[in-house]
Design a protein around this ligand. Structure first.
Ligand code: PXG
Ligand code: PLP
Length: 437
């Protein structure tokens, strides 16, 4: 490797540590990366929770190549192109129960979150409830890195450097509790009552000031926190009681991660807005989207004069032709290869394999749902995150890519994963855990 690594300021990375010991990926195919030194690396995290259809799927690659050579870019401000309308229609048809009838396009999860928050506040305003401006997030929530997303987000390090954030935000408590729920298989039994904290927040601020509650149905980035049985249902009921919009951030849970199209289907709980990204194009081209429930779009149409712009929001690249082509091909692949059903069938095998790590050195919790899972390690005394980072490096050296956050290992393989890949993942992980200081 000859190139100079200095100029690239790497995101969410210990830059100096990385540049001293770089891990470069040079190519990818299906379940594997090829490292710059020519080794095969099994992808245990679908790139960064996004490559759900497997790497370099020929059908998706071809669709993108064709699109870029035919229509490289077309504006969607006062213009359009066929692909974006076709994709929107396909997407709303994927949503269960026909509950969501419109889609707004963005380029990332962070933009989807900001878009959803803005639509929520504006929705109340166009209906004459302009006092509903507060947003409620949750501790340990991750909603990307825009000012909206970090304001409702609940990860201290992502917030504290960045000033006063947006005003009028409050947070629910997180639901992670090892004392009650360690080593739960699937949804943990304890914790539904934590949703009732929303009642307390409503009492404090009054419902007439609150626009929306945003949560990840399964919190991903913070270390895979599975919602307690009944928790999401209770949040929905309280939001209904007070006219508060419920936003699900499905940037990770969308597009098959739980073995269903979306988490809303998995849990049988219908929010008002759904933010997605990542798996929408299987990570090939940046894209995100926000689904809105029946009636939300109509409220904007009803409030604006004919010929007037109804929502003053959008990105140059909202519905970019290359992203639309990638997404359409990705949805075809999900369908033709039955990848969501495949994920659903593998989920119990995945659960058994990940829970086989219980009892290994340093393992204080294991949790799972669908094809996502986490292993929480006891931190080295006085050195948080060091043990998990050591684990990541050792796994990489043995040919497995994992993701860590603090001392939690997260796993989320491409949905094309087979039983023998899963076996190999946990074989490497158990070897590494046995050898960790
Ligand atoms: N919401 C959720 C729930 C996410 O998981 C975003 C929003 C932001 O998406 P963009 O595309 O703007 O990054 C995410 C992204 C991790 C990790 O810690 C997780 C994400 C991104 C990068 C790293 O494993 N999730
Ligand atoms: N900054 C400037 C100066 C711009 O002209 C634009 C878009 O035209 C933006 C930011 C926003 O860029 P995007 O639409 O890609 O989010």
């Amino acid at each position: 490797m000859s190139s100079n690594l200095d100029a690239f300021w790497m995101p969410f990375t210990a830059n100096r540590q990385f540049k001293a010991h770089p891990r470069l990926l040079a190519a990818a195919k299906e379940m594997h990366y090829t490292s710059h030194d020519g080794r095969q690396i099994l992808d245990g995290i679908a790139g960064l929770w996004c490559v759900n259809a497997g790497h370099c799927h020929p059908k998706i690659v071809e669709a993108i190549q064709k699109q870029v050579a035919t229509l490289d870019f077309a504006p969607t401000f006062q213009m359009g192109h066929p692909g974006v309308f076709e994709l929107a229609q396909r997407l709303v048809e994927m949503m269960p129960g026909g509950n969501f009838d419109r889609v707004f396009f963005t380029n990332s999860g962070s933009e989807s979150v900001d878009t959803a928050l803005k639509i929520a506040i504006a929705y109340h305003r166009v209906r004459g409830e302009g006092s509903r401006v507060r947003l409620i997030g949750r501790e340990r929530g991750y909603h990307g890195v825009g000012f909206g997303g970090i304001s409702v987000g609940g990860i201290g390090a992502n917030r504290k450097f960045f000033g006063s954030l947006i005003p009028g935000v409050d947070h629910l408590p997180h639901t992670h509790n090892l004392e009650h729920n360690a080593f739960s298989r699937g949804q943990p039994p304890w914790g539904a009552h934590l949703a009732d904290e929303l009642e307390r927040i409503v009492t404090l601020h009054d419902a007439s000031t609150i626009a929306a509650v945003i949560v990840e149905p399964v919190a991903g980035s913070t270390g895979v926190l599975i919602p307690p049985v009944g928790y999401l249902e209770r949040l929905r009921a309280i939001c209904d009681k007070y006219g508060i919009l419920l936003i699900f951030d499905e940037v990770i849970t969308g597009f098959g991660r739980l073995g269903t199209s979306f988490a809303t289907e998995y849990f049988g709980v219908t929010p008002d807005l759904v933010a997605v990204a990542k798996g929408i194009t299987s990570g090939t081209i940046p894209m995100g989207a926000v689904f809105t429930r029946q009636g939300i779009y109509d409220a904007f149409m009803d409030a604006a004069a004919e010929g007037a712009i109804e929502l003053f929001h959008g990105y140059t690249y909202s519905g970019h032709p290359a992203a639309c082509a990638a997404a359409l091909a990705t949805l075809d692949v999900y369908e033709e290869e039955g990848l969501f059903a495949h994920a659903s069938h593998l989920a119990s095998y995945w659960e058994d394999c990940i829970h086989s790590l219980r009892g290994l050195p340093h393992v204080i919790d294991v949790r799972n749902l669908g094809l996502v899972g986490a292993i929480e390690l006891e931190p080295l005394p006085g050195k948080p995150a060091v043990r998990a980072m050591d684990c990541l490096q050792r796994c990489y050296d043995k040919g497995l890519l994992i993701r860590t956050t603090g001392d939690i290992i997260a796993l989320s393989p491409p949905l094309i994963v087979k039983k023998d890949h899963i076996e190999q993942m946990f074989e490497i992980l158990s070897q590494v855990l046995r050898g960790l200081p």
